[in-house]
Write a protein that binds this ligand. Structure first.
Ligand code: FPP
Length: 236
């Protein structure tokens, strides 16, 4: 079975999962974080090279303050928990996993920013088995604008190429995603990896993210392996 090298995950449906159980929406995000760890573990086990998870978009700030606060509190606890697990070597799930937080991190407090960088540094080994990108305050358009601005500052007057942009994206070091998976039956990209996913296969899973188990990922991978990828060419 041919596996994607890089998978992008749009983790949708946390709110509906919680509401369906009569729970507050934030409980859906808590359950979503647990699902995330199982999926990371599975990606590592089956040999995926890179996985990018959409955790918080540049547009998510417009949600009710209570929900934004709950997500930021979850993020802080998630970072602290990962730091503890990785530095103690307690969990195999993060062994040889390189972690990156991608997005415009300049909006976060100095404290949160330095905890993020500390965690990343802790996982910065040259021969990592899996790289994961957790997208926070991430927007695809914002990412492209930031890459272009960096290019202009570094190369005044030189015409821009596609490679110039690709080399300056937050996901630099990962190949373009081969597969984008969105849960909760939705069919939108929602500003996620819009440059990188130009030739990605898209898969919509009907289950809500907290119910997206490794078995559901295997179903998506099976569907991916049956796709014919043409990259603008004819089928061979
Ligand atoms: C979209 O579902 C999901 C989010 C905006 C948050 C995703 C976060 C996680 C999966 C937890 C991991 C998070 C961190 C910070 C590490 P939704 O709430 O829009 O679902 P709905 O469409 O059913 O309302």
């Amino acid at each position: 079975m041919s596996l994607p090298l890089h998978i992008g995950f749009i983790m949708d449906g946390n709110g509906r999962w919680a509401q369906g159980k009569g729970l507050p929406r934030k409980m859906g995000h808590e359950a979503g974080a647990k699902a995330l760890e199982k999926i990371i573990d599975h990606c590592r086990t089956i040999g995926i090279q890179c996985a990018t998870f959409y955790a918080f978009s540049t547009e998510n700030w417009s949600r009710p303050k209570e929900e934004v606060d709950a997500l930021m509190s979850l993020l802080d606890r998630y970072i602290a928990e990962l730091h503890r697990k990785i530095s103690s070597g307690e969990a195999d799930v993060y062994k040889d996993v390189q972690i990156r937080f991608v997005g415009d991190l300049s909006v976060f407090s100095e404290e949160r920013y330095s905890r993020i960088r500390e965690l990343e540094n802790l996982t910065d080994k040259p021969h990592s088995r899996l790289r994961i990108n957790i997208a926070i305050n991430y927007g695809g358009r914002n990412e492209i604008v930031s890459a272009v601005n960096r290019f202009i500052a570094e190369n005044p007057g030189r015409p821009l190429t596609e490679k110039d942009i690709s080399l300056r994206l937050y996901t630099e070091g990962c190949s373009d995603p081969d597969l984008i998976i969105r849960t909760a039956g939705e069919m939108r990209l929602s500003n996620f990896l819009i440059w990188q996913s130009a030739y990605a296969e898209y898969y919509s899973s009907p289950v809500y993210w907290p119910d997206f188990t490794p078995k559901e990922l295997d179903i998506a991978l099976e569907a991916f392996s049956k796709r014919t990828r043409k990259f603008g060419n004819v089928a061979k």
